[in-house]
Ligand binder design. Sequence first.
Ligand code: PLP
Length: 224
Amino acid sequence: MQSYTAYSKMYSELIKFLDSKKVQLVAVSKTQPLEKVQKVYDLGQRTFGENRVQELMGKKDLLPTDIEWHLIGHLQKNKVKFIAPFISMIHSVDSVELAQVISKEAVKNNRIIPVLLQVKIAIEEAKYGFDPLLIEDSLGQLRDLPGIDIQGMMGMGTFTSDQEITLQEFQKMSRIYKEIKAQHFADVATFKELSMGMSGDYKLAIEEGSTMVRVGSLLFNSIV
Ligand SMILES: *Cc1c(COP(=O)(O)O)cnc(C)c1O
């Protein structure tokens, strides 16, 4: 009981901090059991992120229906059809081809799916994301796709404890986001999200302009 009180206090302090910065919390529930997800839901959290379609599909029907699910991990084109009917946001659009498939499935479902464009910012060899130097060439093909609303961008830093590296990567991501917004989405009111920052670096990310943090272990590891 005591530790649940402590946990709930930690959660509300986190939310208070994020609210004061106008930053949205995506609670990353990947690999977490249903009971833990339910506990975070019970504290008021409604936005959860998963990185695998299969796990998401297995969980979603067993949890409250008012959860807004975000897909944050690499998405295979042949899996889009499973999530298109309900997904609230896809953070990980990393190719024109994937965006085209999401567009097609969204139209089939009579939906507009909010998406973010994932950009490679890590100095380590990252597998997924648009090359920052080439993303502008793809925007022409992305901008007018029906059924998707490009609401911003997402970046993942190098997995490191070196805050200086993380800082440089976040600054780079922030610069790219601002440039693309100013030059290509100035007339699009909904293009306003920068998904950046996780448990270990969300404060740094917010200082660099993040509007959405994806926090997993910090939220879930201390639940009893
Ligand atoms: C797992 C994951 C997170 C959360 O990481 P934590 O360090 O546990 O907060 C955020 N974003 C993505 C894409 C992830 O896969």
